[in-house]
Design a protein around this ligand. Structure first.
Ligand code: KG4
Ligand code: ZN
Length: 331
């Protein structure tokens, strides 16, 4: 079976070809236009998707060395995401499905982040825990079987990636700041600044307090000296912020592993690329004796490979849709 995956939920236009358990191509067209605005501008995202979608799909098909007509199933993100952005990918997928007379499979973007862990070996064994951390979500999900998930808890306010991006903006870093903070944190001291770590009941998270704490710390320095202060302490600030963001994640994973006696934990979503998070997870896995799996870097942030593999897993189970498939911004 040859599957075409299409992703357009936010600011990456992406297409991938997956067949016989191998990812043949995974093309990602990043939209640089948002950088100057310090965040994703929905209307501009829709327009850029519209401009890039055909070229991206065409490139994925060519790189995989197949003809468009050989595609058996089209998997496409139908939520959650920006409505206008989702509509571009979904409408394109429907047009192609109609032209090729092939089934369409709607894929939940958050599920796809989790099933990105099924692209390469070793594949996680059920049941397992997923810490799904992206720009829009921070969730602990118990994965009992294929597409049988229980949400244990999520963030009450900002997502982990959002915290990285918003704090990065305060530090004058470009959007998205997550990868930049990650890099700068490597040469910093995580204990240099004591920022609050939210520890809510159960499996909930909160990052708005941290955001405010960093703002107050910066405002404690006079305006004329602030830029210099940030410059001199940038590595330490980044390391301390990363520590405050990752520590609650690690503590909740530990709690869930113990409560549900789990043997496997996976990371999912853009923040799973974070080095401090990965290092802490590796240490916890050793101590608590569970297998820790994370997607390779190219499959952490938004991509269509994860949509294609999830589409394949759904199609194998008869979970296919038709042309009445609709986009849901808050799926
Ligand atoms: O999954 P994703 O690509 O898009 C959403 O579905 O939201 O995640 C994007 C988020 C952004 O907030 C970005 O700053 C963050 O993931 N991110 C990182 C790293 N790479 C991406 N955060 C921390 N460290 C990284 N290395
Ligand atoms: Zn995502």
């Amino acid at each position: 079976m040859i599957i075409l995956g299409i992703e357009s939920s936010c600011d990456e236009t992406s297409a991938a070809i997956f067949s016989d358990g191998v990812m043949r191509s995974n093309i990602i067209a990043t939209q640089a236009i948002h950088e100057q605005f310090g965040g994703v501008v929905p209307e501009l995202a829709s327009r850029a998707h519209q401009q890039k979608i055909w070229g991206t799909v065409n490139q994925a098909v060519q790189e995989a060395g197949i003809a468009l007509e050989e595609i058996d199933t089209i998997a496409v993100t139908n939520g959650p995401g920006l409505m206008g952005a989702l509509l571009v990918g979904l409408s394109f997928a429907k047009g192609l499905a109609l032209r090729l007379n092939k089934p369409i499979v709607g894929v939940n973007h958050m599920d796809a982040h989790i099933y990105a862990n099924f692209i390469d070996d070793p594949k996680p064994e059920f049941p397992f825990l997923s810490l799904t951390v992206s720009g829009g979500h921070t969730q602990l999900v118990l994965i009992k079987d294929y597409f049988d998930h229980e949400l244990l808890g999520q963030t009450r306010d900002d997502a982990a990636g959002e915290a990285f991006d918003k704090i990065g903006k305060m530090l004058g870093l470009p959007y998205p700041a997550g990868p930049v903070i990650d890099r700068l944190a490597k040469d910093g001291d995580p204990d240099a600044f004591l920022f609050p770590q939210s520890l809510l009941e159960g499996y909930e998270f909160s990052y708005s307090g941290l955001k405010t704490a960093v703002l107050y710390r910066l405002q404690a320095v006079s305006e004329v000296e602030r830029e210099q202060f940030i410059k001199e302490n940038l590595n330490d600030l980044c390391a301390s912020v990363s520590h405050a963001i990752t520590e609650p994640l690690i503590k909740k994973v530990k709690k869930a592993v113990r409560e549900f006696k789990l043997k496997t934990v996976v990371l999912a979503g853009g923040v799973s690329a974070n080095n401090m998070l990965r290092t802490k997870m590796e240490a916890l896995a050793k101590k608590e004796r569970f297998d820790f799996i994370a997607p390779k870097m190219a499959y952490c942030t938004d991509n269509a490979a994860m949509i294609a593999v999830t589409g394949a897993l759904k199609a194998e189970r008869g979970l296919v849709d038709d042309l009445s498939l609709k986009p849901f911004a808050s799926l």
